[in-house]
Design a binder for this molecule. Structure first.
Ligand code: AMP
Length: 304
């Protein structure tokens, strides 16, 4: 089953209360692709600038199932760069800078051999780019989009246009409030579904996530990590989406129960991503580690 992602490949600078990482590989697309690759081959369509470190390409290439045929390097341009600082509890962060670089230019072209993609993830990027993208995939079976506060602030009309065309939306609880002015996650999700999507996943950080779907509602806790295991929460959302979409593409089904199970795969994949800065931890694990942690998680999350 063909899974494709478009979004950002970034040079991240991250400050946590105890540590700092400068110039690490990040970006919505990078985290998503690495996470999804444990379940399914994943095609990447993204652009980077001439300043993109060769070491960052090597990291992405180290994932067997990440296909970089749609990664465009633009010598005269700058790679998207993002800096953020986490507050004491690691649940809140502030963005220190966002340098759009290549995001300010035309989106990267989609290679002909990717046009048959059936599962498409519009990772976090400008909503205008997300919309333009969809016209390329006539065989799409499931399209899911992600977004972030910046785009809700500066491109709300374009974002509402994206909602009309996608099957699913993934966003944080604070972003759901920002979009709807409704603090209840379930009600906010339903309001967002009025704009088009069949389902909305609202992520609540250490409190898990809720799925609101036309066929039902599901809730899932976060993986109960110990404080010392959480080094850098960056990319948790994208890794969650990657694990989730990778599972959906691997089973080839898109119903409510498949999405509910997929959220568990997303949760355990994200729990690895936050154990180091950047993608390092994801380069160190195998599918077997994810399977093992999924079993632990199922035991932790049993109800009734
Ligand atoms: P997450 O922690 O899941 O929200 O993802 C953080 C990643 O998204 C970082 O690696 C950033 O480089 C990237 N990112 C941050 N802001 C944006 C934005 N406005 N658009 C696209 N990607 C972004």
């Amino acid at each position: 089953m063909s899974l494709l992602v478009t979004g950002t490949i970034a040079i991240d600078t991250i400050q946590t209360p105890t540590d700092k990482a400068e110039g690490v590989l990040g970006g919505s697309c990078a985290y998503f692709a690495a996470a999804a690759s444990f379940q399914s081959p994943v095609r990447v369509v993204a652009a980077v600038g001439g300043d993109w470190p060769s070491g960052h390409r090597a990291i992405l290439e180290s994932f067997d199932n990440v296909c970089l045929g749609g990664l465009e390097e633009r010598p005269g341009a700058k790679t998207f760069a993002w800096g953020a600082r986490y507050l004491e509890n690691l649940n809140q962060r502030e963005t220190l800078f966002t340098k759009l670089g290549v995001l300010d230019e035309d989106p990267p072209p989609v290679p002909d051999r990717y046009l048959d993609s059936e599962y498409v993830f519009l990772a976090n990027t400008h909503p205008k780019v997300q919309t333009q993208f969809l016209s390329h995939f006539p065989k799409r079976k499931l399209v899911v989009a992600d977004t972030v506060d910046l785009w809700i602030n500066v491109a709300r009309p374009e974002l509402l246009g994206v909602l009309k065309q996608v099957d699913g939306l993934i966003l944080n609880d604070s972003e759901a409030v920002q979009m709807t002015e409704i603090t209840n996650a379930v009600t906010a999700a339903r309001r967002l579904m009025e704009h088009g999507p069949t389902f909305v996943v609202v992520k609540k950080g250490e409190h898990g996530a809720v799925l609101v779907h036309r066929e039902g509602v599901a809730t899932i806790p976060a993986f109960p990590a110990e404080q010392h295991q959480i080094v850098d929460p960056t990319g948790a959302g994208d890794a969650f989406a990657g694990g989730m979409m990778g599972h959906i593409a691997s089973v080839g089904m898109t119903n409510f129960f498949t999405i509910q199970s997929a959220m568990a795969w997303g949760t355990v994949t994200a729990s690895f991503a936050i154990e180091t800065f950047g993608l390092l931890r994801l380069t160190q694990i195998t599918r077997r580690d994810i399977d093992e942690r999924l079993r632990q998680f199922q035991a932790f999350a049993r109800v009734g």
